[in-house]
Design a protein around this ligand. Structure first.
Ligand code: TYD
Ligand code: MG
Length: 462
């Protein structure tokens, strides 16, 4: 019989090779290849085209069980999930250490249990005493959660097999779990994959909503094989700056709903509090008449969030190389915008240090931020405050044109509602009525076609 081939699996991307290498050829990570138990020679021994059971085919439109979602009791969590927990689904939740994953899931388990569902919370990282202390702090100690500390998948599944399947099963975390059927220490690729497979199979067969907590690596992706993300139905990321109070629960993959919804929370003394209306969250404490500050209506899923963009420009006397520092936005994008302002608008930043900050620890990913950043930069350079009720949005091209962006109407409406009645943005036929009055948005929309027009406007003090 042929000697079975050796298998090496990358712990970062899950790719398989048959010899060891220092660097994974697929993802380029170093020292991530580890040897796995040899592949079975099952397929060599068996002819797979006979001897199985015939499977039956079904039509697509067969009336099946309606999808009934169960509320987690936390509206923002439900919203990020796309409307609540789907029975029999598997959710993977990643996030930096200390961001609040265990806190959120304990709160959700408590409200599911209080609402009459069975909630099982298995911790592989903390002792039950620690979790009980946390539950007291969260004010949920009286909730009838079934709590246990265990890292053995066999023990967990045996216990679950002897009881009514729970509505919610939380495994904190999948990297601590261990199966005695698989070789290797907890956290290795094959262990994580094998344990997740067994737990997901239990969830699918019993209609239990399963939440797996996953550790993240330095660059923010979920540790262990990428295959874990393929195995589950929903992938969520819990984000935020630990030094700031606000946390955003983002949906990265969802087999049962949209992925553009987020949940917003604030970490408080007694756990995570929901922030139902986040639009003004990142604007609090803003001074009106400071040069270099522009308000940007960012979109988070279908919700607009107003954020303040601050720019500071310091002229250098000597010929030293000026610094550019950015917090909360892309470095390369700032360099591009500065180049466009120099090349198309005749402004000179070459002997000036440029600092850009997005207030409140918020991270901007929306490409529509370009125009607001440009407005903040020009205002800082000219030392002229921008009009206090103005918001700015639009994408800037290398030629200095302002390009249309998605959800202009929503951005305008929310800004107007919060007292920012004058929006500067790209021309949008669906928005502007005859004399600049924005249709149905309650605010005024001034269309800007070219960046030089905007610069003239700000420098002209309009
Ligand atoms: P935790 O849920 O343990 O994070 P994770 O499971 O993602 O690692 O959250 C721990 C942090 O949350 C810790 O730094 C303290 C903070 N915290 C509060 O501020 N208030 C609270 O009521 C609780 C329970 C935690
Ligand atoms: Mg934890």
């Amino acid at each position: 019989m042929a000697k079975p081939k050796r298998r090496f699996v990358c712990s970062s991307c899950g790719s398989v090779t048959n010899r060891w290498q220092g660097q994974c050829v697929d993802c380029g990570e170093w020292n991530t290849l580890t040897e796995e138990a040899p592949a079975t020679v099952f397929s060599a021994k068996h002819d797979l085209s006979s001897g199985g059971r015939a499977i039956s085919f079904e039509p697509l439109d067969m009336p099946g069980r309606a999808l009934v979602r169960r509320s987690t009791g936390i509206d923002e969590f439900d919203r990020a999930l796309g409307g609540g927990l789907v029975p029999g689904s598997a959710i993977l939740m990643g996030g930096d250490p200390g961001i609040g994953k265990s806190t959120l899931l304990l709160q959700a388990s408590a409200s599911v249990a209080k609402a009459g569902g069975t909630a099982v919370y298995i911790s592989g990282e903390e002792a039950t005493g620690q979790i009980r202390l946390r539950a007291e702090r969260l004010g949920v100690a009286s909730a009838p959660i079934k709590l246990a500390a265990s890292t053995s998948v066999r023990d967990i599944l045996t216990t679950l097999g002897d009881m009514e399947p729970p509505a919610l099963l939380v495994i904190d975390s999948i990297q601590c779990m261990h199966s005695d059927q698989i070789e290797g220490a907890p956290g290795t690729v094959s262990q994580v994959r094998g344990c997740a497979f067994e737990l997901i199979r239990y969830a699918k067969e019993n209609g239990t909503a399963l939440v797996l907590v996953g550790h993240v690596t330095k660059d923010g992706s979920i540790a262990g094989p990428r295959v874990l993300e393929h195995m589950v139905d929903v992938v969520m990321a819990f984000e935020g700056e630990r030094s700031h109070q606000y946390r955003i629960l983002r949906n990265l993959k969802n087999r049962f709903g949209p992925v553009d919804e987020i949940g917003v929370f604030a970490m408080e003394g007694h756990g995570l509090a929901e922030v139902g209306n986040p639009s003004l969250l990142f604007l609090s404490g803003r001074e009106n008449t400071i040069a270099g500050s522009a308000v940007f209506p960012a979109m988070e899923g279908t919700r607009p969030v107003l954020v303040e963009i601050q720019a500071l420009i310091v002229r250098l006397q000597s010929g030293a190389t000026p610094r550019r520092a950015v917090v909360g936005w892309d470095n390369g994008r700032l360099a591009m915008l500065l180049a466009v302002l120099e090349a198309r608008c005749g402004l000179n930043f070459s002997s000036a240090e440029v600092y850009l900050n997005v207030a409140g620890g918020y991270r901007l990913a929306d490409p529509a931020a370009d125009l607001a950043v440009a407005a903040a930069l020009v205002s800082a350079l000219a030392e002229k405050p921008l009009p206090r009720e103005a918001v700015w949005f639009g994408e800037v091209s290398l030629a200095g044109e302002i390009r249309p962006v998605a959800h202009a109407g929503l951005r305008l409406r929310e800004s107007a509602k919060l007292g920012f009645a004058h929006a500067f943005g790209p021309e949008d036929k669906s928005l502007s009525g005859k004399n600049g009055a924005a249709r149905e948005t309650g605010g005024r929309h001034t269309s800007v076609q070219l960046l030089p027009n905007l610069v003239d406007r700000i420098l002209g003090g309009e």
